[in-house]
Design a protein around this ligand. Structure first.
Ligand SMILES: *Cc1c(COP(=O)(O)O)cnc(C)c1O
Length: 458
């Protein structure tokens, strides 16, 4: 019986000649299709030998299997995911989604030659940093600006240039660890600067900084506690107070702002996230922040501050090692132009933050309607989401989700099937329901989501 079935297994060539697989070779490399065919035939042989199948699938069935395997093999490792978690700046899912304008700008300079380091008016060499400096200064009120690869690099550069061989005074309440082993004390050490901790976890007074200043002190540093908050019996001097002290003692004040928003987030109901303008206005000498957190742009570390300090940073050898590429600069310029023109609604991060519960409920109803039309059992439920990306840790955002009740699989299987599908969909299981939070979903993805859920619940 086995022998007969084994002999009936089609040859690789025979399957490859099938129109369905020939057609696939137009979009997937032929070698991948051949590998897929070999793989399914090997699996078929193994199943026959262990007795788990007693009848060969027909040609169409084998082709369908080969198509699925070949498509999987051809998938990119770094690829799109539909974020149904409701977490806007999901670090593992790539933080901020850039705007269409920013993506188009990045694509244009990526595919062509550009003014990256060329001044067209003068007909000679220009500088890579000029493209966003004026915009950054106008938007933040700072004298000068510089962009590097990310904010971690920005902090490293600032401390290396300003504090190497000296001390930097920081409050014990601000010795932040962000993900990926970036810890303020370790960074300080890596820069050859000595961290002088002052105050306590919950309270640091201005006099604590004052008393710690010695001839070894190079700067006072403020670190925004992005991913945690110290509340209750707590106190820390205001920025203007710290700046006044620093300047009286002839010391610069450095601030690692983490997210660094350029708009007042109170309009979106977020009350404890400072803006870059606040820091510049308070007189902080040099401020650094991320491009891809609340700013909603590409990954970058943005430094703004006094011209004398930024000029020195521009000349530091590390700056070359942290240099941003043209795609990042193009996307950043486009993002900053949206701010400059007051068009913040076109920045996805801000649009997602701005969505009101009523709007989100209506969006969830649309998705639920499409699900129900497709025969999927779904309802709309209220949820609480987060900003994410180590930002705004204590405030939850009211949102709505579509809760799916799968028919033929359990919740874990549904979650896995969606995560492994194409496009991949990442949602979450909560109170025995699978939730798709609509805050982070795009309506243009709804059709794909409904199709994927329909297939995943089978
Ligand atoms: C996020 C963050 C950083 C690191 O920024 P990246 O752009 O991710 O490198 C540094 N400091 C603080 C306080 C942060 O929140």
């Amino acid at each position: 019986m086995n022998q007969k079935l084994l002999r009936q297994i089609p040859k690789v060539d025979e399957l490859m000649k099938q129109p369905r697989l020939q057609e696939l070779c137009g979009s997937v490399p032929a070698q991948k299709v051949t590998e897929a065919v070999r793989q399914i035939l090997d699996e078929l042989r193994a199943s026959i030998l262990n007795g788990s199948i007693e009848e060969l699938p027909d040609m169409a069935g084998l082709c369908a299997q080969a198509v699925a395997v070949a498509n999987k093999k051809a998938e990119y490792s770094l690829r799109k995911v539909i974020n149904a978690t409701g977490i806007i700046l999901h670090t593992n899912l790539g933080r901020a989604c850039i705007s269409d304008r920013a993506a188009a700008a990045a694509c244009e300079v990526a595919k062509s030659y550009s003014t990256l380091e060329y001044n067209l008016e003068a007909g000679r060499r220009g500088t890579r940093y000029s493209h966003v400096e004026e915009l950054l200064c106008r938007l933040t009120g700072a004298e000068s600006a510089l962009v590097v690869n990310n904010n971690a690099a920005a902090v490293l550069l600032i401390l290396s240039d300003m504090a190497q061989g000296g001390q930097v005074i920081t409050s014990r309440g601000e010795l932040v660890e962000i993900g990926g082993s970036f810890r303020v004390p370790d960074i300080m050490e890596a820069c050859g600067a000595e961290l002088k901790e002052v105050g306590t976890t919950n309270k640091t007074h201005l006099r604590d900084y004052d008393r710690a200043i010695t001839e070894k002190t190079r700067a006072l540093m403020k670190v925004h506690t992005s991913n945690y908050r110290i509340v209750g019996f707590s106190e820390t001097p205001s920025l203007p107070e710290l700046v006044q002290l620093g300047h009286e003692r002839g010391l610069p004040v450095i601030e690692d702002l983490g997210s660094g928003s350029l708009v007042d987030l109170q309009q979106f109901g977020i009350y404890d996230e400072p803006s870059v303008q606040d820091s510049v206005r308070a007189g902080v000498d040099v401020v650094s922040f991320s491009g891809d957190k609340l700013l909603g742009g590409p990954q970058a570390g943005i430094i703004v501050g006094r011209k004398k300090i930024v000029d020195s940073l521009k000349k530091h050898p590390l700056t070359r090692a942290m240099r941003v590429d043209k795609m990042t600069l193009a996307a950043l310029e486009a993002t900053l132009r949206s701010y400059d023109a007051g068009l913040t609604a076109e920045i996805p991060t801000l649009a997602m933050l701005a969505a009101t519960p009523d709007q989100l409920k209506a969006k969830a109803e649309i998705l639920r309607g499409l699900m129900v039309d497709a025969g999927i059992a779904a309802e709309v439920v209220p949820t609480e989401g987060q900003v994410g990306g180590g930002s705004v840790p204590t405030q939850m955002l009211k949102s709505f989700a579509v809760a799916v009740q799968p028919k033929a699989v359990n919740l874990d299987q549904l979650e896995t099937n969606l995560r492994l599908g194409s496009p991949a969909i990442v949602g979450r299981i909560n109170h025995d329901r699978f939730l798709l939070d609509v805050r982070t979903l795009r309506e243009s993805d709804f059709a794909d989501i409904v199709k994927a859920v329909g297939e995943a619940e089978k």
